[in-house]
Write a protein that binds this ligand. Structure first.
Ligand SMILES: [Fe+2]
Length: 261
């Protein structure tokens, strides 16, 4: 296979079972308040990249975009102030106050209808938080799971490479995600490649506040977009071990901590 043929082949594999479905008014005000309270009080939360990757090679294995010849990406390139925490895992809500957000009858109907499936169960729920944030992501796939080889028991890079090889699709766990944004930024949308990365992308137009998509992000290339003023997109002192938490003295304030700072 030539390079071009193998790219076309990969592009054919990297397609979701169905294009994204857009949702409006995903959470009630009451649900959002409870979800935010967990973020505020149950941290501190680590950066995404600090949770999933030990080094740049591991991260790059999950990226399917091609970098220019001779260009070596470094971990620092991906050091963006995006923090992550889990609300639920292994089908269990980790905080009882958000049980209805996780065991969400509407979300299960969305997932079933997206796949044409008769049954579905919730598996995991997480949040990402960022302030102004750059983004150099050329597009990525989320970590897929296979029978016996799952994101819970295997390294991210392994699941990612298994996914985009196309060799294990018979064993792929059929998943859908309901992703919701709470952003007022007029320039920050969501880019996705529903026909494979060699075809034209689609875009969920900003601002995206309490709107969402039903997707299969293990098989559909996608990326969040940069947001906020350019000069604020990299907070001073941001490091691999910076954490995010609510300010106990003010409900409307948030803290970034790196060591003692
Ligand atoms: Fe993703």
């Amino acid at each position: 296979m030539t390079d071009l043929e193998s790219r076309a082949h990969l592009s054919d594999i990297l397609r979701p079972v169905a294009p994204p479905r857009v949702l409006q008014d995903v959470y009630t005000d009451d649900q959002l308040a409870r979800l935010l309270d967990v973020v505020r009080s149950e941290g501190p939360w680590k950066l995404i990249i600090a949770q999933h990757f030990a080094n740049a090679e591991e991260l790059i294995a999950t990226l399917s975009g091609n970098f220019p010849e001779g260009f070596t990406p470094t971990l620092d390139m991906f050091l963006t102030p995006t923090f992550r925490g889990f609300y639920a895992n292994y089908s269990a809500a980790l905080y009882p106050e958000i049980h209805d957000c996780f065991y969400n009858a509407q979300f299960l109907e969305h997932a079933k209808s997206y796949w044409g499936a008769q049954y579905a169960k919730p598996q995991m729920m997480l949040f990402n938080v960022n302030g102004p944030c750059g983004n150099m992501d050329p597009g990525h796939l989320d970590s897929p799971s296979f029978r016996g080889v799952r994101y819970e028991n295997s390294p991210t890079w392994l699941c990612a490479v298994m996914g985009k090889s196309g060799l294990f699709t018979d064993y792929l766990i059929k998943m859908a995600q309901v992703i919701t944004w709470f952003s007022h930024d007029p320039g920050s949308g969501f880019t996705y490649w529903p026909e494979g990365p060699a075809k034209a992308p689609g875009r969920l137009q900003p601002p995206i506040y309490n709107r969402g998509v039903v997707v299969q992000n293990e098989m559909m290339m996608h990326r969040g977009e940069a947001n906020g003023p350019l000069d604020q997109q990299r907070p001073a002192g941001l490091a691999f071990d910076t954490v995010f938490t609510g300010d106990p003295s003010d409900k409307d304030n948030w803290l970034l901590k790196t060591g003692d700072r």
